[in-house]
Design a protein around this ligand. Structure first.
Ligand code: RUQ
Ligand code: CUA
Length: 664
């Protein structure tokens, strides 16, 4: 038992991680900073920066060097702006084994790679709260797949990728009892709680994900991770905190050990064991949601089992490397030789050598084991330590020229150091309390370099104030010279954590501009105005509707009754880039739809009282956008108003009991 005094001391130590604010908030920016970030009207940015949204659940696309937010891409949260998670087609994307979930906490991003280089195909994103990994297609910039992760909670160590996008990993932040075996006392933590690492295989051509296997590891908190590359390809490195395995007041109790661990995982070896039948099947439930680009809709399927390999039984897949103290970021340099562990409470940054780790394993240079997993001696794995880098190191990125850049939360600065000599080369203050940072391509084997963005946790006086909730703040640095130069401040969307970026050309080729109407396989597509119709099936009413500048067909509907479920299936007939139409109807309790050219989307509407309900286009699409409107007449339940619908005051192939001669 710890005495109160001991706890108090530890708490004091923990309190010091509260950030301090650097003095002198107006830093000198170099004379040509304005010119360096100015993207003249009509000109395009040089770099696409994909920025995680944290508690917004979304991802934003920011242009660099301008810092302009180009778009917010919905991933894990409903997005009323375009109906994501509200339309019938996109709702299945947010289904889970817990049912429909409208929000998550999106922290980390990885761009797909080929031979260690960013290839511009896909962007992977994690959900922390209800563990999931999403894949966005960078031709359409849409979320096209979401996979739930069983046996996990707080999916923080995710979604990190191998150099040929073979696997994306997901390590559980919370140690948890296995799904279905979790009705146990919290007190039984040490025996029942485990740390599961999921290796999600990715199809080379389609990008489709599925869990190939999980590794059951000790019940640590797996925080962050990166794959080996080059010589260390075949390995993964995970930072672990709470190796104390505390389950209460972690602030104090998980900060006791001088060193926690980085866990090195030989995933190629794990693959061999899997092939040799060493995995055991575990019954679990997880959702796999996929977007169908031809049908313009998502499906959600529940999967029922997962293969699990035990790190304790299979001795040579996992190794622990001591790492001071409560490590957060776990970053691998472009050559794959150096692994950097950033201990939040450490006063130095340890850099481990892959070659030395291999040698230590071969020579069994171990200092005991933890739950059957060998602990490599600290010195045997260590390349060296960066001394006095700053306070509260969190994340490190690389410029491909032998330099590393580490964010320091407590001392609010970015510190540049030499990976080989471990000498500090430069430090620049950030405003304020930097969490993540990103060098363009900085976690690939070929960084683009040139720019570094610091994502700061505290904004204070950087922008015109907007009440108690301020935006988070990013700062752009030029890192092309010896010293980092601050160029720009810009506010961000949500709370950025990891970000990714690459040169613009990579993402500009082969983008989808519109969907060909003849390829549309949506079951409720309406391929021309003359096919538009309204069909009643009991209390369900399907409206096959079209939009083209500047009207809907049909634009007036009568004979809807209270108690009906009305489905507006809107097909946008436009066949040109950048001509969406929107759709909204009074009293709708979900959102609008924003329908891309050639696409079909469905809004469900359940009117609860009789009345006249206007509907209209929500996206200013033409000079006569404001005329793009119509009415739906809702009569009381049981009324016998015939179902009719029309355009230009003509009834168009109405199916209801319409009097002869009425259709002109
Ligand atoms: S992690 S501040 Cu943000 Cu999810 Cu390092
Ligand atoms: Cu269509 Cu506005």
């Amino acid at each position: 038992m710890k005495t109160y005094k001991q706890l108090g001391l530890a708490a004091l130590a923990a309190v010091t991680i509260v950030a301090c604010k650097p003095k002198g908030t107006e830093t000198a920016v170099s004379g040509d900073a304005a010119q360096r970030v100015y993207v003249a009207p009509g000109k395009l940015d040089e770099v696409y920066n994909f920025v995680s949204g944290g508690f917004s659940g979304q991802v934003s696309v920011v242009g660099l060097p301008s810092g302009r937010t180009i778009k917010v891409l919905p991933v894990f949260s409903q997005h009323p702006e375009n109906g994501y998670g509200y339309s019938e087609e996109t709702k299945p994307m947010l289904e889970t084994s817990h049912g429909f979930i409208p929000w998550d906490d999106q922290h980390h991003l990885s761009l797909s790679q080929t031979n260690g280089e960013i290839d511009g195909r896909w962007l992977f994103a994690n959900a922390n709260n209800t563990p999931r990994v999403a894949r966005l297609d960078l031709k359409s910039f849409k979320t096209v797949e979401i996979l739930e992760i069983p046996n996990s909670a707080g999916n923080h160590s995710s979604p990190f990728l191998t150099e040929n996008t073979e696997y994306v990993v997901a390590g559980t932040r919370f140690a948890v009892p296995a799904d279905g075996q979790d009705d146990v006392p919290i007190e039984s933590f040490k025996q029942n709680f485990k740390g599961y690492l999921s290796f999600i295989g990715i199809n080379k051509d389609s990008g489709e994900m599925d869990i190939t296997f999980q590794i059951e590891a000790p019940g640590f908190n797996f925080d962050l991770s990166h794959a080996g590359k080059g010589k260390s390809h075949g390995w993964f490195f995970f930072s672990c905190y709470n190796t104390e395995q505390a389950n209460t007041l972690l602030e104090v109790n998980a900060s006791q050990n001088e060193k926690d661990f980085i866990m090195a995982v030989n995933w190629k070896k794990a693959e061999e064991y899997l092939k040799a039948g060493k995995g055991k099947k575990m019954p679990v439930e997880y959702a796999h949601n996929k977007w169908d680009e031809e049908k313009h809709m998502a499906t959600s399927t529940i999967k029922k089992e997962v293969m699990v390999l035990s790190a304790e039984e299979l001795k040579d897949i996992c190794y622990l490397i001591p790492c001071p103290k409560s490590p957060h970021g776990c970053d691998v340099d472009p050559t794959g030789e150096y692994i950097v562990g950033s201990g939040k409470l450490a006063a130095l940054i340890p850099v481990f050598s892959f070659d030395k780790i291999q040698k230590a394993i071969a020579n069994k240079d171990f200092a005991g084991e933890f739950d059957g997993i060998p602990i490599i001696k600290y010195e045997a794995a260590l390349h060296g330590e960066v001394q006095k880098p700053g306070l509260g190191p969190l994340h490190t990125e690389f410029d491909g020229k032998g330099n590393a850049y580490t964010s320091h939360f407590v001392s609010s600065e970015v510190v540049k150091w030499d990976i080989k000599t471990l000498q500090v080369l430069d430090r620049q203050p950030t405003f304020y309390s930097v969490g993540h940072l990103m060098v363009v391509g900085g976690d690939s084997s070929k960084p683009y370099g040139k720019y570094l963005v610091a994502y700061n946790k505290i904004t204070k006086d950087r922008y015109i104030p907007v009440g108690p909730e301020l935006p988070h703040s990013a700062q752009l640095f030029d890192i092309s010279g010896d010293k980092m130069k601050l160029l720009l401040d810009f506010p961000t969307h949500g709370e950025p954590h990891y970000a990714q970026a690459g040169p613009a050309e990579l993402f500009m080729k082969d983008q989808v501009k519109f969907y060909k109407i003849e390829d549309n396989k949506h079951p409720y597509v309406t391929k021309g105005e003359n096919e538009s119709k309204v069909v009643r099936e009991g209390n369900k009413v399907h409206v096959y509707m079209t939009s083209i500048r500047s009207h809907f067909a049909p634009d007036n509907i009568e004979g809807i009754r209270v108690g009906d479920e009305v489905y507006f299936h809107l097909t946008n007939l436009e066949q040109d880039w950048d001509v969406p139409h929107g759709f909204a109807i009074k009293g709708a309790r979900n959102a609008e739809l924003l329908v891309m050219p050639g696409e079909t989307a469905t809004l469900r509407w359940d009117p609860i009282k009789p009345g006249m309900y206007p509907m209209y286009c929500t996206d200013f699409c033409s000079a006569l956008h404001q005329e793009m409107q119509g009415y739906v007449r809702v009569s009381p339940a049981g009324s016998n108003v015939p179902l009719t619908y029309h355009l230009n005051n003509k009834k168009d192939n109405a199916q209801g009991p319409v009097k002869e001669g009425e259709v002109k």
